[in-house]
Design a protein around this ligand. Structure first.
Ligand SMILES: [Ca+2]
Length: 207
C-alpha cells in the first residue's frame, strides 16, 4: 500500500506499507510517460528529484539524515525482470555517510532468505559518483559517464547493479549493463538481468 507523508523538514516521501511496516522509498523506477531523467548532477542527486508518486530519487542528503545517525536502518530492494518475475533482497545494515564523506555507502549483512542476489556487496564502502563528480575507484574513467552516461548516479565502481540506468529497452542488442539492471538477479546465479521496475527502500532496524 502506498502512503505519502511529509517529513518534519517538509520533504514529501513515498512510504510502502507492507505487513504493518512502513518503508521509506528512496528510489522508484518503472515505465511512465515520460520517464524521469536520471542523468543528473551531484546537486540533483544531493537534493533529490522526480515525483514521489512516480519515478524519483529521494536525495542523498535526505538519505544521510535518515540513515547516518545512531539508529540502524535496513534496506529492501524489490526488482522485476522483463518477463515479469519479481525478486526481493534485504540487507540488515544500510547507511549513507555525510556529503563531506561523499555520501559513502555502507550496505552489509545480506539476508540469505532473499531471492534477489547480493550484487550490492560490490558497492559497499564506495563513494557516490555522478556525471560531474568522479568519486569512483576506476582510475581513468567516470563510471557515471561510460556507456553514454548510462551508469548515472551510483555508488562507486563500474558495475555491478545499475538501478539508475535507462529504462529504454527498445534495442534488444543493448547489453544489460547498459540499461537498468541487477546482477545477480537470482540469488546464487551470476547472470546480469535487465529490469522493468525496481524499488529501493529503508526502515528502522528492530534489533
Ligand atoms: Ca574514476
Amino acid at each position: 500500500m502506498k502512503v505519502f507523508v511529509s517529513s518534519p523538514a517538509g520533504v514529501r516521501v513515498y512510504c510502502e506499507v507492507q505487513e504493518g511496516q512502513s518503508w521509506t522509498v528512496f528510489l522508484a523506477r518503472h515505465h511512465q510517460t515520460p520517464n524521469e531523467n536520471f542523468t543528473r548532477s551531484w546537486q540533483d542527486y544531493k537534493k533529490g528529484f522526480g515525483d514521489p508518486e512516480g519515478e524519483h530519487w529521494l536525495g542523498n542528503e535526505n538519505l544521510h539524515t535518515l540513515t547516518g545517525g545512531e539508529t540502524r536502518y535496513r534496506l529492501r530492494v524489490e526488482a522485476t525482470n522483463l518477463q515479469g518475475e519479481q525478486r526481493y533482497g534485504e540487507w540488515r545494515v544500510f547507511r549513507v555517510a555525510p556529503e563531506d564523506n561523499r555520501y559513502r555507502l555502507t550496505v552489509q549483512q545480506y539476508n540469505s532468505s532473499s531471492t534477489l542476489g547480493d550484487g550490492l556487496n560490490y558497492h559497499n564502502g564506495q563513494s557516490f559518483t555522478t556525471v560531474d563528480r568522479d568519486h569512483d575507484t576506476h582510475p581513468s574513467t567516470n563510471c557515471a559517464v561510460v556507456h553514454g552516461g548510462r551508469w548515472r548516479g551510483r555508488w562507486g565502481v563500474c558495475g555491478l547493479v545499475n538501478p539508475t540506468g535507462p529504462l529504454d529497452l527498445s534495442d534488444p542488442h543493448q547489453g544489460p549493463w547498459e540499461v537498468m539492471s541487477w546482477v545477480p538477479f537470482t540469488r546464487g546465479d551470476s547472470g546480469w538481468v535487465k529490469l522493468s521496475s525496481v524499488t529501493m527502500m529503508v526502515i528502522k532496524s528492530e534489533d
